[in-house]
Design a protein around this ligand. Sequence first.
Ligand SMILES: [Zn+2]
Length: 105
Amino acid sequence: MFIIFGWNHETRKNYGPTREIICPNCSNKTYLDLLQTKLWFTLFFIPIFPYKSKHYLICKICSRGLELTDEQVDKALKLNNATGLYLKETINKEQYTKALAESNL
Ligand SMILES: [Zn+2]
């Protein structure tokens, strides 16, 4: 009997718009998306457990971005939440500006 296992099965989760910028790569004004990638150990092609996780802020238009440190991930998750609320008009510009300043991203 063969036991088929593997590494490097990648999954991605896009948390959506996080920080509005003018992209230094493509020069478009856009939101950077917060993206999480996970690498999984697989058994018979079924993902069993993730062994590596990385977070990125990426440009929606050109897909270029930067990898975040653990400390930046916490800030990015908070800002992602605030940006979602702002885009849905649940919080106003003033509240969002405060969240942006606090995020320090
Ligand atoms: Zn870009």
